[in-house]
Design a protein around this ligand. Sequence first.
Ligand SMILES: [Zn+2]
Ligand SMILES: [Zn+2]
Length: 363
Amino acid sequence: MPAGSDRRTVFACTGCHAPLTSPLSRVVLPAHAGQRYGYGLLDALMAPGTFAVDPEPYGPPWRRWAEVGAAEAEARGVYAPVSALSYGPRKTIVVPPGDVLGTTFIAGRLDGGCCGLDGRDGLNLACSRCGQPVATRIDDCGHWHATRLDPTAVYASPAPTDPVPITSWETLASDRPGTPPVEPSGWRSPQWEAAIAVTGAYLLAASTGRRITVPGGPLADTFGRLLDALLPPGPGTTSLALAGPGLPTVSAAISLVPQHPQTGDLWPQPATVRSVPLSWDVWAYLAYHRERRPVPGAGTMPSSALRDDPLPLHPSGRLEPDREIFSDTLARLPEVKQPWLRQIYDYVRTRPYTHQSWVTPPK
Ligand SMILES: [Zn+2]
Ligand SMILES: [Zn+2]
């Protein structure tokens, strides 16, 4: 296999060796993997032909925080109270439902909230050949559709197909210039809200409780309100800058760096700089996209006036970090044990739900 490429994988049943997926190439688990969003049917979580591995435990059995306690939760990588912890398997393999082969629904395990399956009963798909339960399909409304293969019921084998090249940072920068925060419908992008929630939690932990100076423009539009609301007032002491392929090197205490969409590697930084990761598609949009391309006026406008062409998309509502994903990420960062950050965590987590923004300072 050439260097810089990745063998495609077929997952097969441990019971009978039947193939259960088409050949898949590995990518990073999307930030919106665990997102609950609205009441409509959502898209597939994974792009066709790809899979990701979730390092966190997934699915039932669940145990409530009061039963688990802080010490055991910490041993499981959760450093602040959450309502319940999954004691399901770690490293479930997340694949698009359309790439799953040879499975049958398991009667009696097909519950969901409303329009489909939400996985509450655990494994709901069995291998069609031998009957072994192998996967959980999730396709209810408000969930990104996915099938999660149980890592104890399947094994990976190399597919007899060409390996997939690992895209270089330089090629990514020229060929994959990011996803806009607004969908063509005008609705704000839930994928963006998930990605900026994860990064927002990392940024807060990296701030060590001191105000961060965010450069104006897209970076301030995306993270400024969150940091202003949750960090103490006063002049910024910690600097933040985007760093990554194609950008000039800026010296800042915290670098917002892209995560490689296939390998998960972060754009390398000197040891003295704290790196905070951001999903490639959001990072690239912030780094490369210039929303306004003014052109001289037309029609009755004076030619000295400038207009936007095409008109920029503006979201129907304010882009907000996903609150649940923000809390879930923060709970899994050891820094949340520090009193200043725990206070912020408790404030965000216990705020009542309203139609207003959750990104507001504590009273
Ligand atoms: Zn089987
Ligand atoms: Zn529904």
